[in-house]
Design a protein around this ligand. Structure first.
Ligand SMILES: C[S@@+](CC[C@H](N)C(=O)[O-])C[C@H]1O[C@@H](n2cnc3c(N)ncnc32)[C@H](O)[C@@H]1O
Length: 335
């Protein structure tokens, strides 16, 4: 007689956490100045690092801001987080897109948002608004961008800063409140290079979302993503952003990418950021989302600008996409 294995089903709010990253985190209130304060969860070491780094950021920014941005665009004076935000982030457009995706499925407004791999918490800061009751959580393991974001993004919210809750911890930590929308942007989740780890991350997302929550992640692809090449883009503020696909190892589908910033005076902020990722395909990510429990996974493909070549920043539901050399898309996992 064959044996039937009975697999216990996890309860909805229980998160399957991979061992080894759960830390004991403690909540503390942090005053940022200018009437802004918020709750941060971190371990004792993390809180101490944040306070130390925040102080450094304050001093550095006070000294930098004596000159206008244009005069600081040189390797010696440039602030890499500022240049990163100017080069690769469009918070208003991203938040509008995330709200639209949620509303499209649920026919109501999303209130509580979680930004995974939040770095400087720019999206979480853009989401919140006391008037409409919108609140946000942000998760990142590195106190460096988080401290910068506290001073440069969260502090600027004034009273609304208290609507942001930051966690200096792993993205597989459970949310403080179940999110309506949770996102992982700028391909950050590609730090999970094994399928089992990716599925475990997505499963923790699935179990953690509100009952009618939606998870959105971006991804990029196209034949050019497998080439070792550099792409330069002039940024309006007056510097050049360089995306350096430095190495591609086909057997592991592993990549090492760097971001450099080049300036008009001939200097360069070389390897300001480095990423060691697996180059995942859209179908692999879609399948991982299904395996993690998402019943419906939809792709959103970017439209084409009037030059007939570049993307227009508008993403719509799509079934097949196109064979572009390089493309960016979103996947939405619907609970
Ligand atoms: C590419 S940056 C993304 C910053 C920002 N979210 C954006 O959209 O541009 C990746 C971030 O992920 C963070 N990170 C990497 N692994 C993580 C993990 N397991 N848990 C939390 N944060 C992580 C890094 O510290 C870094 O700030």
């Amino acid at each position: 007689m064959s044996q039937v294995e009975i697999i216990p089903q996890p309860s909805v709010r229980k998160t399957s956490l991979a061992p080894g990253f759960e830390k004991k985190l403690e909540s503390r209130e942090l005053e940022l100045g200018d009437g802004a304060s918020l709750t941060i969860d971190a371990d004792a070491e993390g809180h101490a690092a944040l306070v130390r780094k925040l102080d450094k950021v304050r001093k550095k920014r006070a000294s930098l801001e004596r000159r206008p941005l244009k005069k600081r665009l040189t390797a010696k004076l440039a602030d890499k987080h500022e240049l990163y935000q100017l080069s690769v982030q469009s918070p208003e457009e991203d938040i509008a897109f995330l709200r639209k995706v949620y509303k499209g499925y649920r026919k109501k407004k999303a209130k509580h948002f979680r930004e995974d791999f939040c770095g400087t918490a720019l999206l979480a800061s853009t989401w919140v608004d006391t008037k409409s009751g919108c609140t946000a959580e942000g998760y990142d393991i590195d106190p460096d961008p988080v401290a910068w974001g506290l001073h440069q993004n969260v502090r600027l919210l004034g009273e609304d800063a208290s609507k942001v809750h930051l966690v200096l911890g792993d993205v597989r930590e459970r949310s403080r409140k179940a999110p309506d929308v949770r996102c992982a942007q700028n391909f950050s989740y590609w730090c999970f290079t094994e399928r089992a780890d990716m599925v475990a991350y997505f499963r923790s997302v699935y179990e953690d979302l509100a009952d009618d929550g939606v998870f959105v992640c971006d991804l990029h692809g196209g034949s050019e993503t497998q080439e070792e090449m550099e792409e330069e883009r002039d940024i309006h503020a007056g510097f050049t952003y360089v995306w350096d696909q430095y190495r591609y190892w086909p057997i592991q589908s592993a990549v090492q990418n760097h971001i450099h910033f080049r300036f008009g005076d001939g200097t360069e902020l070389f390897r300001a950021f480095t990423y060691d990722w697996r180059l995942w395909s859209l179908t692999e990510i879609r399948d991982c989302l299904h395996d993690a429990g998402f019943k419906q996974v939809d792709a959103y493909w970017e439209g084409t600008a009037s030059d007939g070549e570049s993307g227009n920043g508008k993403f719509t539901l799509a079934k097949r996409g196109e064979a572009d050399l390089s493309w960016i898309a979103y996947l939405a996992g619907v609970k």
